[in-house]
Design a protein around this ligand. Structure first.
Ligand code: ZN
Length: 273
């Protein structure tokens, strides 16, 4: 078994930052004189954004170089994402500094139950950015714009107009979670564990039946699997697939087919005990 890639220690984080010599958002070089002047200057980006984490958890962050024009437009989105975790990051709101995240009441047509739904934050879009950063740091490769990314989020999206759940867990969620759970327990996955272990990412590579290469991943931020509404979904953690056209990176962990006995109840959270 090849040793898995891991990024968590200070050394590994430093190494990742210095070896990634391209902007993880656009793929162009960050070396002076090697990129378009239209991209302005080079600055740095915390991946994921530090606004998510409490001051005491902002240790061992992953910092990558990027272009100013590639990352400067994300501040509001980062703040919204950070507010999702207000319970964990000790964000305090006052009259002068009220929350900017908006909630709206949702009445489920099928059951008549009431829910508070969050509006105005595109979690998948924010996750795609984090995935690009982790992929760059783990494999030294840019996750090209043409890469298909499929995310099964544990938070359903709702249609206020129709009163229906527009998108729940993906039908493949439990299968992907099961493979990741096996890979994690058999130490056969690549991983990023940062921000005082409050952000954990695991991934393993596999071939689909149609021969396409994909990277199965799961990401946990402050145990957000516990933030799900159990009336709508089982305890689950975000999983997904990346399908880069460049194939399996050198040294990446690949699914080895070794499986534990299947439990009676499907697993939706690869990080569960
Ligand atoms: Zn860039």
């Amino acid at each position: 078994m090849s040793p898995s890639r891991s990024i968590s220690t200070q050394n590994e984080l430093r190494q990742a930052r210095s070896s990634v010599r391209f902007c993880y958002l656009c793929g162009q070089s960050v070396v002076a004189g090697e990129y378009d002047s239209a991209l302005a200057s080079v600055n740095k980006d915390h991946v994921p954004p530090k606004k998510i984490f409490s001051a005491s958890d902002r240790v061992n962050p992953l910092i990558l170089n990027t272009h100013y024009s590639c990352n400067h437009g994300w501040s509001l989105a980062d703040s919204l994402f950070g507010e999702l975790f207000a319970l964990y990051n000790e964000r305090e709101f006052t009259e002068e500094k009220p929350p900017i995240l908006e909630t709206q009441e949702f009445s489920h047509k099928a059951t008549g139950e009431q829910f508070d739904a969050i509006t105005g934050v595109d979690i998948k879009q924010l996750l795609c950015r984090i995935l690009r950063g982790f992929h760059a740091a783990l494999y030294g490769e840019f996750l090209g714009k043409g890469t298909e990314i499929s995310i099964s989020l544990q938070f359903p999206s709702v249609s206020f107009e129709d009163g229906i759940i527009a998108e729940g867990l993906h039908p493949m969620h439990s299968e992907v979670a099961w493979k990741l759970y096996n890979s994690r327990l058999s130490n056969n996955c690549d991983r990023v564990e940062i921000y005082n272990s409050k952000c954990k990412y695991i991934c393993v590579w596999d071939k689909l039946d149609n021969g396409m290469v994909c990277c199965l991943f799961s990401i946990s931020i402050y145990e957000w699997e516990k933030m799900v509404d159990l009336r709508l979904v089982p305890e689950s953690c975000c999983v997904g697939l990346l399908m880069p056209k460049t194939g399996i990176p050198d040294g990446a962990a690949v699914v080895n087919g070794i499986e534990l006995p299947r439990p009676l109840i499907p697993i939706y959270n690869p990080f569960r005990d």
